[in-house]
Design a protein around this ligand. Structure first.
Ligand SMILES: Nc1ncnc2c1ncn2[C@@H]1O[C@H](COP(=O)(O)OP(=O)(O)OP(=O)(O)O)[C@@H](O)[C@H]1O
Ligand SMILES: [Mg+2]
Length: 415
């Protein structure tokens, strides 16, 4: 049984036995019910780079605020697209209210400032004198601003802080722009392991770490390392680790506690992908991982799809009709019709390709609910654009003329 099936019942899950004729279709994802449910407290949007995580997070947060909830969206968006789309001039490390005219609830947004979050932890967990030493340490400065995984660790840290205050009905979490969606889950652990690591302790201070009787071979090794890395860098690291000594347990404990938070009822993951092989492969890894970790998956948002205006005419027939009309006979109306048919044929070919990719995902993960979001004409850069996206995510499924929820890009072709 998958973790998702074990998770507490929520409207995002398809009812058992409800899929009959539509058995090969991905089950629908009712995001409106999910974000409106008072029991839903955290929604995490994950996915590989550039698929629309930040936009989806903002759109879901907006929809939840409009549905009456007090929402904060935590975004990790160095490109500041969220700030732009929400009309915020400046976002800092604290939630700021967003003006959403007519909303029954409240929308607040914050952008994670990785270094500030890290600095705040140091200040909160050490004496002023020691904090000053740590903040000024070159190794700390590198670690806090550019070490791989710091962003993910800090996102979890901030999520823990937001959740502990109990001030928010719903926290929507965007995840950092990493190549792999899994980094969000892996990086915090990797980083606390690094900070807590025996290797680093051994290298910088064998005696302090309790290895007074380190072998001659090891001391030789550490001297070589010192030569390669430079004595100053090692001294920086050493000073940093000494100063952080009291915090080691804290880092690891908090990373673990937040990780647990992600497993608790009330947390849902939404995986975002575009209909492209790489993005769907990443989504697939992520879905498997969530299931292995028993973390609750709401489903997959297939973003930026290209549904054709009509599916009545296949690409082949449209192409043949365009051929039959011909566009060089000097008849402007005929040329126009042939052009329109060719555009339609291209859209059908693209949609068919997207459908095939979606089908492949669904046959590998038949239990994963799916919602498709068509590509907007341009970028999503304002509140209106987010509303359109929110409607596509949470509104009634436009492809359900018969009332049978359907999430396919094209109508089912198979019996
Ligand atoms: N459905 C859509 N239609 C049109 N444009 C979209 C859609 N969804 C997202 N975009 C645009 O795609 C771009 C990337 O989106 P977004 O920043 O949300 O992706 P991301 O996954 O957060 O990227 P990163 O991994 O860099 O953080 C943005 O310019 C956004 O406006
Ligand atoms: Mg982003």
């Amino acid at each position: 049984m998958s973790a998702a099936e074990e998770a507490p019942a929520a409207s995002a899950r398809p009812a058992r036995g409800a899929r009959t004729a539509a058995d090969r279709l991905a089950p629908p994802m009712d995001l409106a019910a999910l974000i409106g449910d008072p029991d839903t407290r955290i929604v995490v949007c994950c996915g590989s780079g550039g698929v629309g995580k930040t936009t989806t997070s903002a759109a879901l947060a907006l929809a939840a605020a409009e549905a009456g909830r007090r929402v904060v969206v935590l975004t990790i968006d160095p490109a500041r697209r969220l700030a732009q789309s929400l009309g915020l001039v400046e976002l800092d490390n604290e939630p700021r209210p967003v003006d959403v005219p007519g909303a029954a609830g409240e929308l607040h947004a914050m952008m994670l400032d990785m270094k500030r979050t890290f600095d705040d932890i140091v200040v909160a967990h050490s004496t002023p004198e020691r904090a000053e030493q740590i903040l000024a340490n070159p190794f700390y400065q590198t670690l806090s601003s550019s070490f791989a995984g710091t962003q993910e660790y800090m996102a979890m840290e901030k999520l823990g802080q937001l959740r502990s205050g109990d001030q928010w009905d719903l926290i929507v979490v965007d995840t950092p722009p990493s190549r792999s969606a899994l980094d969000f889950l892996d990086a915090p652990n990797r980083m606390s392991r690094f900070l807590d690591g025996t290797m680093i302790r051994l290298l910088i201070a064998p005696s302090r770490a309790g290895f007074r009787f380190a072998s001659a071979g090891f001391l030789f090794f550490s001297r070589i390392i010192s030569k390669v890395l430079g004595g100053q860098l090692l001294r920086d690291i050493s000073a940093f680790v000494t100063a952080l000594d009291t915090m080691f347990g804290g880092f690891r404990e908090r990373a673990t506690a937040t990780y647990e938070l992600l497993r608790r009822p009330g947390t849902w993951f939404v995986v975002v992908a575009t209909p492209e092989p790489d993005a769907l492969r990443e989504a697939s890894y992520f879905v498997d991982r969530l299931s292995a970790e028993r973390m609750p998956l709401a489903g997959l948002v297939l973003n930026r799809t290209h549904p054709p205006a009509s599916t009545a005419l296949s690409a082949t027939r449209a192409e043949a009709a365009a051929e039959a009309i011909g566009d060089d006979g000097g008849d402007p109306a005929g040329a126009l019709a042939a052009g329109a048919l060719r555009v339609h044929a291209e859209r059908m070919t693209l949609a068919t390709r997207e459908q095939r990719l979606a089908d492949r995902f669904t046959s590998a993960h038949p239990e994963v609910a799916m919602r498709t979001v068509p590509a907007a004409a341009g970028d999503v850069h304002d509140l209106d654009g987010l509303r359109v996206m929110a409607e596509a995510l949470t509104g009634p499924d436009g492809d359900t003329p018969t009332g049978v929820p359907r999430t396919r890009v094209l109508p089912a072709r198979r019996a």
